[in-house]
Design a protein. Structure first.
Length: 564
């Protein structure tokens, strides 16, 4: 048989119920005092931080970003205090050894007996060879020493009392101050929690326009309105990008005393500005000055109306004399990238959109039809990608050249009033001309004895021709056109010409009106004899004038030759 030595096990002494009870009471007291102290400390620090944040915001009007940082900092500090002074003491409570050492530190009379009594009561703490009677005696002696001692009294409460008092006094003072200025305190508290409302002041400043983008060289009106106590004066502070600073007094509106403003002429640089009125100060706002879009170059092309038969022609901006009905095509380049562009017709109060190139946002094209009247010029209106619009755009003058109406003249009969018989065929000769083409020729007439003198029309055949100039004769058979025409009737007639203008026309021109009176055959013969006599008298006069000229010419030749 092999001899195997078994491991020796220590002796377990029964623990002292008194010591265990007293140490457990000490643990509860220690945890309670520590957590209450931590809560009081957290409450006091939290209220003080909140009051400090509200005061700094009231004093400096902290922007939203700084208030966010402040809120996170407060939350972080309070979390740190709660974790270290409340959560950790609750989760990591002291064990019996730590409690025993705390008692021995506070009560030196135990002289290490308490820690020894606690440790000897653990399983296996007394070796088999040791005397248990000595260990029992130590435990009993320690319990006897502990019976009259109040373990809870060794837990210091000075910090608890101090922070507890502060935890009562600080909230009371904070509540009193909050209620004393409830409106202001409420607004500041909401701002601490990131509200965007204004810091309450006796004088509250409202800036309706705020941040703006203006054109270089523009005049800018900086304007503010106040609520509450209206001060007598104020100022606006400017700070440019170059860090140059300026300050201007504000002008009070006489009609609205709550309105203050200042006009800055010819702004050449961006700047930051802030109003100060009474105890109120506005946020820092920005005026951004950028160049306005302008036309860098522009090409014009005139497309004549189709009826003219003329080819397209390039036109310069200084010579825009355009035929009415033409199409003027524009192609321009701006100084900046554009998001929209438009065309304004001056004199007609009409606008049209221009197309911006997809490949180059600085280029745009467009066109408009030249009206017959009203147009005096056009302007280009632009809006760039920075939402800056063009202003005081140049007006490009346009002189509208109307299509002249055709002209007509009756060449025969040459007398304004002609005598005719009812069976006569009246010969009418006429001439007509137009800038481009003659489309229609009409003989118009009216008879005083027919249809109450209503106007009537005879279309003359041009034989499918459209000449620019026309010389024709027309034989008007009155028996076919006006059967039953009575003697004494008066015919008023004239020639009317219509051109081929299908854009702004057609243009219509007419000759002078002439008369034809219906007479008997005897009256017509008498008229012809009178006219023949007139012609013969004219021939005699011409012959006599010719004879006198011949004599005068002979005398002149002899005088120059020295002959008598």
């Amino acid at each position: 048989m092999n001899n195997v030595s078994e491991p020796t096990q220590g002796i377990t002494l029964p623990p002292s119920a008194l010591l265990s009870q007293r140490l457990e009471g000490l643990r509860r007291r220690h945890v309670l005092v520590t957590t209450l102290t931590g809560l009081a400390l957290t409450a006091v620090v939290g209220l003080e931080l909140l009051a400090l944040a509200m005061f700094l915001d009231w004093w400096l009007e902290l922007p939203w970003t700084l208030r966010l940082v402040s809120l996170f900092a407060q939350a972080g500090l309070l979390t740190f205090l709660l974790v270290n002074h409340v959560v950790i003491p609750l989760l990591r409570q002291p064990d019996e050894d730590e409690l025993a050492l705390m008692v021995e530190k506070g009560k030196p009379g135990f002289r290490s007996r308490l820690i020894a009594a606690v440790q000897l009561a653990r399983p296996g703490a007394v070796p088999p060879s040791a005397s248990t009677s000595l260990a029992d005696a130590l435990v009993e002696e320690t319990a006897a020493l502990a019976r009259p001692v109040d373990f809870a009294s060794i837990v210091p409460t000075e910090r608890l009392k101090k922070f507890g008092a502060l935890a009562v006094i600080v909230p009371v003072l904070a509540l009193a101050g909050f209620l004393a200025a409830r409106e202001t305190s409420t607004a500041l508290l909401r701002r601490v929690f990131l509200s965007n409302e204004l810091v309450p002041r006796k004088t509250r400043i409202l800036v309706p326009d705020g941040n703006r983008i203006v054109g270089l060289g523009d005049a800018v009106r900086l304007e503010a309105f106040v609520q509450g106590i209206i001060p007598a004066q104020g100022r606006v502070e400017l700070k440019y990008r170059s860090r140059r600073a300026q300050e201007f007094p504000l002008e009070q509106n006489r009609d609205n005393r709550a309105n203050f403003g200042r006009t800055l002429e010819n702004v050449q640089d961006s700047f930051e500005y802030r109003f100060s009125l009474g105890d109120g100060t506005s946020d820092r706002l920005n005026i951004t000055a950028i160049p306005r879009p302008t036309v860098l170059a522009m090409e014009c092309e005139q497309e004549y109306p189709a009826y003219t038969g003329l080819k397209r022609a390039n036109r310069s901006l200084g010579d825009l004399t355009l035929l009415a009905g033409s199409v003027l095509r524009l192609k321009a380049t701006a100084t900046k990238n554009l998001q929209t562009a438009g065309l304004k017709l001056v004199g007609m109060e009409q606008e049209a959109a221009l197309a911006i190139s997809t490949n180059n946002p600085r280029e745009f094209t467009g066109q408009f039809i030249v009206p017959a009247k009203g147009l005096t010029g056009f302007q280009i209106q632009m809006l760039d990608t920075e939402n800056m619009e063009s202003r005081d755009s140049a007006t490009y003058r346009v002189d509208v050249l109307p299509d002249k109406a055709p002209t007509a003249r009756i060449t025969y009969p040459d007398r304004k009033e002609e005598l005719i018989t009812r069976q006569a065929t009246m010969l009418i000769g006429f001439e007509a001309a137009d800038d481009f083409e003659i489309a229609k020729v009409r003989l118009k007439y009216k008879v005083d004895s027919i249809d109450n003198g209503a106007e009537k029309v005879l279309e003359l055949d041009l034989e499918q021709q459209r000449p620019q100039r026309l010389r024709r004769r027309y034989e008007w058979k009155l028996t076919d056109t006006l059967p039953g025409l009575g003697e004494g009737s008066v015919i008023e007639y004239w020639i009317e010409i219509e051109d081929n203008n299908n854009a702004t026309g057609p243009g219509i021109g007419s000759s002078d009106h002439q008369l034809a009176k219906v007479v008997s055959e005897a009256e017509k013969r008498a008229d012809l004899l009178n006219r023949a006599g007139d012609y013969l008298g004219s021939i005699s006069d011409v012959a006599a004038d010719q004879e006198r000229l011949n004599k005068t010419l002979g005398a002149t030749i002899r005088a120059k030759a020295g002959l008598r």
